[in-house]
Design a protein around this ligand. Structure first.
Ligand code: NA7
Length: 553
């Protein structure tokens, strides 16, 4: 462990080396998978590379890191008791509270004894004869499992751009996605933040008031709008409890897994005055409702989108006192919703501090990192701390790096050389008994909802296998092809993210430009799951490794 990695949780060093279900990743999805597998009566082990539970919410512990989906809709809903006993402090919880919550869940359901921390998977190889996987971790320990479930997340491999001299910097350097457990002391320091995605725009206001100077390196301005966070009042807490069932129902029938209600009017149904009044309401609304509750044509009609963008641009001009900085902060090349919109608290305001500066990398690109700072066409600026908020190898990053080898030794990264191919975002052909909930082709929306649906589907499939005397399951090439074609078709259809976004892998040089989410959302997943269940898993080949004659159910 380097000093940059959060300290390990010494309380769980448990390791069962021969199990029915092996889960990788102690994030929200992996912990739920562990819970479901255990309740279903399977022997189960969870491996986690980090030193504690949380996954994304373990590694991304930078100042200002918080949910931008409502806490109670992002958290677990499988247990009403859990929902009732955990009172979220804020509508959008901050990282420490999230980490506390996930630790509470682990202890509440006695899951810790199944988890081994500090156990990074280095290879996972399928054995055709036994139908089992052999999984090796960093210290060389070998494990055997019937079912191998990688809940390794989509935002778990931090990306550092190839900037010359990055390693030469002698000050402190941190990536937002690999933040140390010990607090970083920003007081009185000259700080650079590179990157203005969701992470960068959360860090900036969180440290703005304590640093000596803050220089933000922006390559692309983003359509940031206010998060509008607030503490949850006792009355709201009581209401949440009363409304639990109704809330679950709303979330389960919403394509993106949010509570926000869709608006029934299109932009130009209203006069300019009415529109601006409505936009003010949107501006003051919580989180993603700017996308989900805005005018119905916001993401479908260019002129409608441009109206909202004009409104947001005016807001930026009003907040940011220096007109030149304000103009730099207004996106010029993409519409609202074309990239994942960040939600902010005090981001634009931070640029009114006399010690804050915005460098527009479109005008003056970074040439190199030096021992003391960062050089652009404008010269060198010296820093004590550089924060790399430069994103992740999204979707396939972790899975393609785990040394996963399927039937005939085929490498997953080769099978997916042109982009991921999946069925339901849970299995890929040639890799029997291997699942990856919350991985590529998972939803665009409130992640834990869709990922939880996938975990339920997987667990139910394993229960079905057991009940029918089978121990091996592999999706057919035809089902995989059909689902992947559907993903690609929906990817280019409005309302979808633009192709210049990490959702298409465009932030990683050389990565295939393939859509990594599922824009059809939960309704399509539910419909397909229903078909699978009605057809008794026809999309899959079920078999028994010790009795090849026992095939299908
Ligand atoms: P993002 O959203 O991928 O943002 C990464 C940022 O880093 C973005 O502003 C990039 O600019 C910038 N970047 C990337 N490479 C460079 C180079 N070479 N030079 C300068 N700037 C660069 O990652 P986040 O961590 O902010 O958010 C990820 C998700 O976490 C988010 O969507 C939420 O789901 C939570 P670009 O826009 O590519 O020009």
């Amino acid at each position: 462990m380097t000093s940059l990695e959060p300290a390990p949780d010494e309380t769980s060093t448990h390791l069962e080396t021969d199990v029915e279900v092996l889960v990788v990743g102690a994030g929200i999805t992996g912990l739920y998978q562990l819970y479901r597998a255990r309740v279903a009566g399977f022997s189960v082990q969870l491996l986690e590379a980090g030193g504690g539970v949380g996954g994304t919410w373990y590694w991304n512990r930078y100042p200002g890191a918080r949910f931008d989906s409502e806490s109670y809709t992002y958290a677990y809903l499988f247990s009403r008791e859990l929902f009732e006993e955990w009172e979220w402090r804020e509508h959008f919880a901050e990282q420490p509270e999230i980490e506390r919550y996930l630790n509470h869940v682990v202890d509440r359901f006695d899951l810790r004894r199944h988890i081994r921390f500090g156990a990074k998977v280095t290879s996972a190889v399928y054995d055709e004869t036994s139908g089992k996987w052999t999984v090796v971790i960093g210290d060389g320990t070998e494990l055997r499992t019937q079912f191998f479930i990688a809940a390794t997340g989509v935002l778990s491999v931090p990306y550092y751009p190839e900037v010359p001299g990055r390693q030469d910097f002698r000050g402190e350097a941190y990536h937002t996605g690999l933040w140390p457990a010990e607090p970083v002391d920003f007081a009185g320091k000259r700080v650079a933040v590179i990157g203005t995605g969701s992470s960068g725009v959360q860090v900036v206001p969180a440290i703005a008031d304590e640093v000596a100077s803050l220089t933000v390196y922006q390559r692309t301005a983003n359509w940031c709008t206010p998060l509008n966070n607030a503490p949850i009042t006792p009355e709201e807490q009581a209401q949440l409890r009363t409304d639990f069932e109704a809330m679950c129902e709303t979330l389960n029938t919403s394509p993106s897994g949010f509570l926000h209600q869709a608006h029934d009017r299109a932009t130009f149904d209203d006069s300019k005055e009415q529109r601006w009044e409505f936009f003010e309401k949107m501006w003051s609304s919580p989180g993603f409702s700017k996308l989900t509750s805005n005018y119905s044509d916001l993401l479908l009609d260019e002129a409608a989108n441009a109206e909202w963008c004009e409104f947001v641009a005016e807001k930026i001009r009003t907040i940011v006192k220096d007109p030149e900085t304000a103009e730099k902060l207004i996106p010029k090349h993409h519409r609202f919703g074309e990239k994942r919109p960040p939600f902010v608290t005090g981001y634009f305001e931070a640029f009114n501090n006399s010690n804050a500066d915005l460098i527009d990398l479109e005008q003056t690109p970074i040439l190199r990192v030096t021992e003391d700072g960062i050089e652009t066409a404008d010269g060198v600026r010296e820093f004590d701390i550089v924060v790399w908020a430069t994103g992740f190898d999204f979707g396939t990053g972790a899975l393609n790096r785990m040394g996963i080898r399927g039937r005939d030794g085929v490498a997953l990264e080769d099978h997916w050389a042109d982009g991921p191919k999946t069925f339901l975002g849970v299995q890929t052909t040639g890799f029997p008994n291997f699942f990856f909930p919350g991985g590529p082709h998972a939803a665009a929306g409130n992640n834990p909802r869709y990922n939880g649906d996938q975990v339920d589907f997987i667990t139910d499939a394993l229960i079905y296998l057991r009940a029918h005397g089978c121990d091996t399951i592999e999706v057919s090439a035809a089902a995989e092809e059909k689902w992947t074609d559907m993903i690609d078709r929906w990817a280019t259809r409005a309302p979808s993210f633009g192709e210049i976004s990490y959702y298409f892998g465009s932030n990683i040089p050389g990565k295939p430009r393939k859509y990594l989410l599922n824009s059809a959302g939960r309704p399509k997943l539910f419909a397909e799951i229903d078909k699978v269940l009605e057809s008794h898993y026809q999309a899959f080949r079920l078999s028994n490794s010790s009795n090849p004659a026992r095939t299908g159910a």
